[in-house]
Design a protein around this ligand. Sequence first.
Ligand SMILES: *Cc1c(COP(=O)(O)O)cnc(C)c1O
Length: 386
Amino acid sequence: MYFETRLLHNGNEIDPVTGAASIPLYQTSTFHQQIDQPGQFDYSRSGNPTRQALENTIAKLESGCKGFAFASGMAAVSTVFLLFSRGDHLIVSRDVYGGTYRVLTRVFQRLGIESTFVDTTQIDQIIQAIRPATKAIYVETPSNPLLKVSNLRVISQLAKAHRLLTIVDNTMLSPCYQRPLLLGADIVIHSATKFIGGHSDVVAGLVVVRDKGLAEQVGRLQNDFGAILGVHDSWLLLRGLKTLQARMECSTRNAEKIALWLERHPDVKKVYYTGLPSHEGHSLHCKQASGHGAVLSFDVGNREKAEQILKRVRLPIVAVSLGAVESILSYPVRMSHASVPPVIRKRHGITDGLLRFSAGLENSDDLIADLAQAIDRKVTVSFAGK
Ligand SMILES: *Cc1c(COP(=O)(O)O)cnc(C)c1O
């Protein structure tokens, strides 16, 4: 069955108790127990029918063995890192999500779990970083905000040869466009706050694992650490997932049009989008993902121009986050990467003129007209369709 069909018909869409066409909110903390005959559920930290429907759904969509829902993307990331112990070593994408970098360097390092950050688009850099204590390779592709593409098949093979786990943060594309477990990865993580929730109204995280052994380990950690997703937020994700492909297709179409338009704009120095043949990761991306997603970045040369655009745009909200029904414009140097020292930012290509755009479901002509008036002071534009 095609992905959009499986979003709606995956065996978890109807309440097994009542037949309800929407999984009910089992808003309960505990369950009455028949002392001689323990039921499936006993306490909602350990398991809840609404959360379980979501966990089973994401496991199916990512082609994994079991899914787990957490209170945020960072709760999901951190719980996965609890698989490791003092003395273990991890290899991590250099331009990993800022929160992931922070929890590794501020918390897990203190607990004796060390990380080496490398450019995972360069396989030899990964090979050079492998030590006897290395336990996993942690990758984000495409990365944020420069959309760098790492080779998931080659990295998974390399990891397997060294008995390492491959962990992939798949937030940027969602299972709609990229399924890392089918490319050899062991664990997939999502900030479901982004495309999976899709409406800028939930903070949530998801994990899907490849096999039973990992399912048992992550399941125990989820219950022991306890950073579970609440019932209502689980329900909102189940609802958001139903339209995932419709939203991804529409916002990706918008992103493609905007990227092409920006690439031709004289005030735009560079556009980063895997859908552009000029992007260095374009052909590799096309081999491991079925779409380019809604997120692109572009460089307008300097801080003044970037701030002018942020002040003048009328349609996108100016905010952190991505993957929502409404377009979101972010300014990495003052938002996601503000805590990175300017020298290091510059070395990694995150310049003062870099803006990140997450396309929403608006009409692309309206979005382009808005960007046009925001980039060019002199032009006044009337919106199409109004
Ligand atoms: C937002 C994000 C996270 C963190 O998720 P939260 O839901 O904000 O905790 C992790 N990875 C990526 C790629 C993200 O964009």
